[in-house]
Design a protein around this ligand. Structure first.
Ligand code: 13P
Length: 241
C-alpha cells in the first residue's frame, strides 16, 4: 500500500508572515509516516524551502511553463521552481484549466517539463457539476487523466481527483462517489505508471478520516484547510493507515 501524500495548495494566499505556519505544523505532528507537501505561491517557495526540513515537508509549485526558459513574461519554469527549492509541481488544476484555458494537451506538456526537470508532477483532473449531473463524470475524468499523463510512463507522477464543484464550496463528494472514481482511475492507469491517487475538494479535519481510509485514496490535495496549521495537522493525523 502506498504511503499517503497529504498536500496543501495555498493558491494565491500567503506572504512572509505566513511562514510561522511551519513551526506550528511541526509542533503538532512530530514524526508521522506520511509524505507532506506544501505548495505556496511562487514568491514564497524559496523562503518555505529554507524554513522546513525537506525530509519531513516537501515544497512544490502550483504551475509552471512548458518551456525551460525564454520570452514568456510572468511565467516560471519547472527548472526555476527546482532552483528555488521545489520538488513537486501541481499541473492542470481546474482553476488553471478554467482561468487560463489550459487543455489536457498543455497539462501533459507541463507534466513532461516537470519530469524533465527532475521534479514530480501532481496532475489534477475533475469534472464540472454539469458533467456529473449528466452522468459523464467517470468518462470525462478518465479521459482527462489519460490525456494529461506524460508519454513516458513514470512512477514519479501523482494524480489528484478534484471535482470542480467540490472545490472551495464545502460540498464534498460522497465516499461512494470518491471510491468509484478512484477505482476507475486506478483501473485506467497505463501499465508502468504507479501514481498515487489523491482526492481534493473541501477536505477538512472532520471528513478527512472517512475519505483517506477509502481504497485507492492515497492522499489528499487540500486548499482552504491547508492555510491553518492546526487544520492541516489534523488532516495529516487522520491519514495514518
Ligand atoms: P478546497 O480544499 O479549498 O476545496 O480546495 C481544493 C483544491 O482546489 C486543492 O487544490
Amino acid at each position: 500500500m502506498a504511503r499517503q501524500l497529504i498536500a496543501g495548495n495555498w493558491k494565491m494566499n500567503g506572504q512572509g508572515a505566513q511562514l510561522d505556519f511551519f513551526d506550528d505544523l511541526v509542533s503538532e505532528i512530530a514524526a508521522v509516516d506520511v509524505d507532506i507537501l506544501i505548495c505556496p505561491p511562487a514568491t514564497l517557495i524559496e523562503r518555505c524551502a529554507r524554513a522546513v526540513d525537506s525530509a519531513m515537508i516537501a515544497i512544490g509549485g502550483q504551475d509552471c511553463h512548458v518551456n525551460e526558459k525564454g520570452a514568456h513574461t510572468g511565467d516560471v519554469s519547472a527548472g526555476m521552481l527546482k532552483d528555488a527549492g521545489a520538488s513537486f509541481v501541481i499541473v492542470g488544476h481546474s482553476e488553471r484549466r478554467a482561468d487560463h484555458g489550459e487543455t489536457s494537451a498543455i497539462v501533459k506538456a507541463k507534466a513532461e517539463a516537470v519530469l524533465a526537470s527532475g521534479l514530480t508532477p501532481v496532475i489534477c483532473v475533475g469534472e464540472t457539476l454539469a458533467e456529473r449531473e449528466s452522468g459523464e463524470a467517470e468518462r470525462v475524468v478518465v479521459e482527462q487523466m489519460l490525456a494529461s499523463l506524460p508519454d513516458e510512463a513514470s512512477d514519479r507522477c501523482e494524480i489528484a481527483y478534484e471535482p470542480v464543484w467540490a472545490i472551495g464550496t464545502g460540498k464534498v463528494a460522497s465516499t461512494d462517489d470518491i471510491l468509484q472514481m478512484h477505482s476507475a482511475l486506478n483501473n485506467a492507469l497505463p501499465s508502468g505508471v504507479s501514481a498515487r491517487l489523491l482526492y481534493g475538494g473541501s477536505v477538512k479535519p472532520d471528513n478527512a478520516a472517512a475519505i483517506l481510509s477509502l481504497d485507492h485514496v492515497d492522499g489528499a490535495l487540500v486548499g482552504g484547510a491547508s492555510l491553518k496549521a492546526s487544520d492541516f495537522a489534523s488532516i495529516i493525523k487522520n491519514s495514518i493507515r
